[in-house]
Design a protein around this ligand. Sequence first.
Ligand code: NOJ
Length: 589
Amino acid sequence: MTSTAPITTSDLTAGAPVHTPAGSGEWWRDAVIYQVYPRSFADGNGDGTGDLPGVTAKLDHLAQLGVDAVWLSPFYRSPQKDAGYDVADYRDIDPLFGTLADFDEMLAGAHERGLKVIVDLVPNHSSDQHAWFQEALAAAPGSAERERYMFRDGRGPAGDQAPNNWQSIFGGPAWTRLAPREDDGPLGPQWYLHLFDSTQPDLNWDNPEVRAEFEDVLRFWLDRGVDGFRVDVAHGMIKAAGLPDWDGQVAMVEGTVEEGATDPAAPEDGSTGAGNRGPMFDQEGVHDIYRAWHKVLAEYDGDRCLVAEAWVEPLSRLARYVRPDEMHQAFNFSFLTAPWDAATVRTVVNASLSTMEAVGAPTTWVLSNHDVVRHASRFGLDEIGGRQLNGIGATDPQPDAALGLRRARAATLLMLGLPGSAYLYQGEELGLPDHTALPDDVRQDPSFFRTNGTEPGRDGCRVPLPWVGGAPGNGFGPTGRTWLPQPDVYAELAADQQYGVKGSTYEMYRAALGLRRSENLGAGALAWVDSLADHPDVVALRVADVVVVANLGATPFTLPAGAQVLVASGELDEDSGELPSDTTVWLRA
Ligand code: NOJ
């Protein structure tokens, strides 16, 4: 039903701010941070995989887009069993991506353009090709070398049962047994823990040597000039004493689900309530690690920051990672997993702001990353309201591309109007969908293999970016090679097809980011528009001098006459003054 009652700009009066932005102006509090997934961003050498020279060559794209910082997923030496989240040497660049000199050049180029650079740190596990793990394999049970990882004897008289019943997040058991050796004791070869792939052994964070090593790694990159670290699996490093059995299920990106929790129904903060209550996650001991790291970063000038990737819920648990002496930010996955529903969005926004404010941290907002189905595809899956996270396969129901893009643009414009810090995933500024019909034989994600294909995995959101529509590989690199095939639609969505084009997704992002900066929205305080506070379909809020109105419902919503439109996620009918379904607008009212 179209809302017919005429409303006026006075109906957009906002109430009192629901939070007070804290802090002393550190850059990360209100930054927009763009995630570069190096293997898929831009290919400099033509081998079909993106690299650091490719990133350097595209820095102008990022500067012109108007983001404040770049976070790069891992580029370290790695056998690439989990796309670089399996690190063999934390202090070197994998030849696939270039050299340390290439890194320095990229960093300098970013800094010249005023862009901060955050690198990924993967401390929960290393690669099995890391020198430490190789030494552990060569050494005897009980040796100092084995103590760097989580080796245990097996259960049963012959030690042939895994030390506990934990499952890998990528599927299958979380333990792998070593090959037999002559010097094995009565319990035979030991087992090692890997919460992810068997090529990603978990490090033993109860061992001071491991802690010292990572503090040194932090310093290595801080000395090179990085502005911060995104910390992988920040909730996982400490395991409950005795490694007790756990009958819950581990889910790919939402962590563990309590046994019997059929509907991980939203708690009061709007989160799914699903996440991470098992003995492998969110243990008290992780916080000591971050307190120590906080001190390391504080030795350096320029507000360096730590960003937690911690799939923990509810938000009050997440806030514990960003207490004043710990990390600085945490990804807000409650926002990412929220369905396309006005009441839930309002609840998550309120809870995010108040929960983080309570510890003096800024909240963050994120809709896409390299582990989840892009929001342009997720929101095209109407019946599940955008919660499908773990990949879409060729035989799965396919998203409605137009609906997905429309909602994705509306969701982004809503997100960029919120105070705090926002994360963008490469290619979302082009409105890219996932490749939702990748053939199985090109898939590389270990979760696809470890679940025997039950989970399609995350390759669909990792497809190389299109820069030049219609060129070989859509201009991903000089040879046209791409390590994953691109869907046909990438030709028309390529960057060059959108630069300067009125109404393009790229130009919408650029306009919104420009206004966000000039209006200082990131540092503003949010107040809800009183008259629409309980509207079933409309989310309406004011930050600084901008009113953001998002229509998440199926019918148009009549905007007040006389309001000046600053930017809109879709076309508005100026005659009727209606905000169409699945559209967001920023108004000066
Ligand atoms: C989270 C990362 O984002 C994901 O890509 C990776 O597979 C796991 N952590 C394991 O490192």
